[in-house]
Design a protein around this ligand. Structure first.
Ligand SMILES: [Zn+2]
Length: 255
């Protein structure tokens, strides 16, 4: 199915833009889907679970969270604690994550199991530890885990982890439909073409906010290079704020 909406001028709204994301959500609502979280979704009815794994940018997530909030919809946002790509506890990032929570979205842990030993016991301990840190920083409980780039063994893993639900449980991954925008494309089909729709069953829709910000369709590499350039600027600002000679040097301009 082609992108489903128009922007008011009769043109189709492209996927991988903020209006394109809103258009997909509107189509699901028109088809009788109700947005539910991981705690309340039922696999055999038209429930749509909106999941966002924050792999690269909290600010991109805030933009998408604001769109959903404007549509009175609540999603689940998952935060990495040990990524090289962002620190969730900088002043700006923590503020923005709290904003996302304030809008009524659920905030869970995005957990990179590759950083730990693979056996169940150390996995449980590490999840428990990261959840405790995130809970302390957010001052609210963490109820759900999503694995970052999960190994095959974690897909469909039954049972709770550190007492919490996880998004690849069989109930969310096999019993209901699953659709993801990994790598910034619909590699396994468009969500509006998913068989769950025909069956009238639930769907877990995973999107990564970095691919959906802004109104223009942007090449993935250009999008990431733009993120990188912005980060370089803020890193320079932080160096200047923390080191007077550096501040003076850049005030004088490039050598
Ligand atoms: Zn991830």
């Amino acid at each position: 199915m082609a992108p489903s909406d128009t922007d008011g001028t009769g043109r189709a709204v492209p996927d991988f833009t903020a209006p394109g994301y809103a258009a997909i959500l509107r189509r699901f609502l028109e088809m009788g889907y109700a947005v539910r979280d991981f705690e309340s979704a039922q696999h055999d009815t038209r429930h749509l679970v909106l999941r966002h794994d924050i792999d690269m940018s909290v600010q991109a997530a805030l933009e998408i969270a604001t769109i959903e909030s404007g549509m009175a919809l609540q999603a689940s946002y998952f935060i990495l604690l040990r990524s090289d790509l962002y620190n969730p506890f900088t002043s700006e990032n923590l503020h923005d994550i709290k904003q996302i929570a304030k809008m009524g979205h659920d905030v869970g842990l995005h957990f990179d199991a590759s950083l730990y030993a693979a056996a169940r016991e150390p996995l449980e301990q590490a999840v428990s530890c990261e959840c405790a840190i995130l809970e302390a920083m957010l001052d609210q409980p963490v109820r759900t885990i999503s694995f970052h780039r999960p190994a095959q063994a974690l897909l469909g893993l039954p049972g709770r982890i550190a007492g919490r639900r996880h998004t690849y449980e069989p109930y969310f991954f096999h019993d209901m439909g699953y659709c993801s925008d990994s790598r910034g494309e619909w590699r396994y089909g468009h969500p509006l073409d998913h068989p769950a729709i025909e069956e009238g069953s639930a769907l877990q829709l995973l999107t990564h906010p970095i691919w959906w910000t802004g109104t223009d369709s942007i090449d993935r590499i250009v999008r990431l290079n733009s993120l990188r350039t912005g980060r370089d600027g803020s890193f320079a600002d932080a160096l200047a704020a923390n080191c007077e000679p550096y501040r003076a040097a850049i005030a004088d301009g490039p050598a």
